[in-house]
Design a binder for this molecule. Sequence first.
Ligand SMILES: Cc1cc2nc3c(=O)[nH]c(=O)nc-3n(C[C@H](O)[C@H](O)[C@H](O)COP(=O)(O)OP(=O)(O)OC[C@H]3O[C@@H](n4cnc5c(N)ncnc54)[C@H](O)[C@@H]3O)c2cc1C
Length: 515
Amino acid sequence: MTSRTRRQLLRDASIAALGIGLAGPLAGCGDDTVSSTSTWWPTQSPGSAALDDLAKQISGGVLRPGDAGYGPTSLPANGRFRSIRPAAIARCNNAADVAAAVTWSADNGLAPTVRGGGHSYSGFSTSPDLILDVSSMNSVTVDMAAGTITTGGSALNGDILDFTTGGPVFLPGGTCRGVGVGGLALGGGIGYNAHWAGLTSDLMVASTIVTADGEVRTLSASEHDDLFWACRGGAGGNFGVNTQFTFALTDAPRDDISFYRFEWTGAERAAQVLATFDQMLVDAPAALNAVAMAEATSIDGGSPRDAISVMSRGQYIGPIEELGDLVAPLLAVDEPDSTTLKTLAFWDAQEGFASGASANHSWGDISRYAAQPIPASAVDELVDLLVECPHRSADANGSLWSLGWIGGDVIDKFDRTETAYVHRGMNTLWRPTTVWPNDANPSVGRDLNEWTAAMIGVLAPHTPPESYQNFPNRDIVDPLEEYYAENLDRLIDIKTDYDPTDLFTNPQGIPIRSG
Ligand SMILES: Cc1cc2nc3c(=O)[nH]c(=O)nc-3n(C[C@H](O)[C@H](O)[C@H](O)COP(=O)(O)OP(=O)(O)OC[C@H]3O[C@@H](n4cnc5c(N)ncnc54)[C@H](O)[C@@H]3O)c2cc1C
């Protein structure tokens, strides 16, 4: 029995057990125990002759354990999943390489897992089978006449930012320079420009994909429109390997924009700022793109309620006086310990927002969309939990973010079913997030992840059951419902049409229809 057919049986069994055909095989499974010896699918080691055959077909070659370069290339960015190492890595430089690797995987009964920027929060670009490393496919070109930007399947946010910086046009993306456009755009793509310029996936006008049958297909509104629909929110790793994307360009603001950053300390300020920010978003114009967050910091002999740092920041595509009026409610909470309100060049702001992930660390994100402000009592409860965060050192702690980029007129000009990204009509995205060093005692990660689950428990009664598919979390009980809601049925149909043997899969992958 091949690993693929056994995996399919496992999946079918769990779907049947649930009676609904919706959840992934390990929905609800905590992942701190994931290791190369307790994998969620069976591993089959390909013989070296089979790998030699694959290597001849891939222009970038194949890396196996023991080869120079295998170690760093096999590691994901999120250290939490570093124990899952592949049997081999196919270094694909183009669509022909990808097609050869996909066909070889199907023939040899190994799952092909694509790795772009490697930043999946749930380790979905790790696998004990074959990784298709597409990181060299990072080209960026702009066609000003057509008003489009075309990228390789794994240009990073940083590549796109560097290419466009200082120019007249840009593509709204995410904040982390190391995130790949494949993972980002296939699941949505939110950041400091989403509120006024849209989700990355909403700007996609075409893509090239290698599907499970090894075919290279062009997708657009007029070619394979069903699969194109699925690639605008249906998340990476489900339908094939996207080797190229084309997006509509947005004009970069010519005049200076406005920027603010305010900081406070203490649990009381945290509760007031988060609640005020929540209300502020209800009428926020598209031009305001902002976040608020509170973090549990080292107590250092003081009071746990005092050791909470609070921050709100954002950009406004407009004059500073208007931004001053919009953020006045935040200033009215209490005078910040630190206040920045200034004009600056658009590109300087983008450089300032761009960040990197902490090396040698593990993360555990989870998220919940809110359609309207949550009650002040719930905000108080969240802040009380923040005060009780089980780890509060500089590199192991928890924080709570409210990402106010995800609603508004621009994102909501699409209906919930118009693309596979369903989460329209939302006010903010609540995101409890944790970080800890890779070499910490495993109990640290477990404690912090139980803590994020408790945060979601507070949010749940006040929010629709919807989570951002690009912040996947293996502890979500009904992940596919939460990521795709009413779009899930159509996604399963499209998956079944284009990948009938479920070649592309992960612990929260979209299943095929059985029978
Ligand atoms: C530090 C950090 C900051 C982040 N900031 C943001 C943010 O500001 N905004 C935001 O929207 N998201 C953000 N994210 C989430 C990010 O969008 C997702 O984690 C995304 O899936 C990562 O893509 P990747 O290519 O880097 O990761 P990978 O782990 O390589 O891929 C993620 C998934 O997509 C699949 N995939 C990757 N490339 C392709 C491809 N070319 N074709 C088909 N499938 C593919 C993989 O198989 C995997 O299932 C952040 C994540 C981290 C870790």
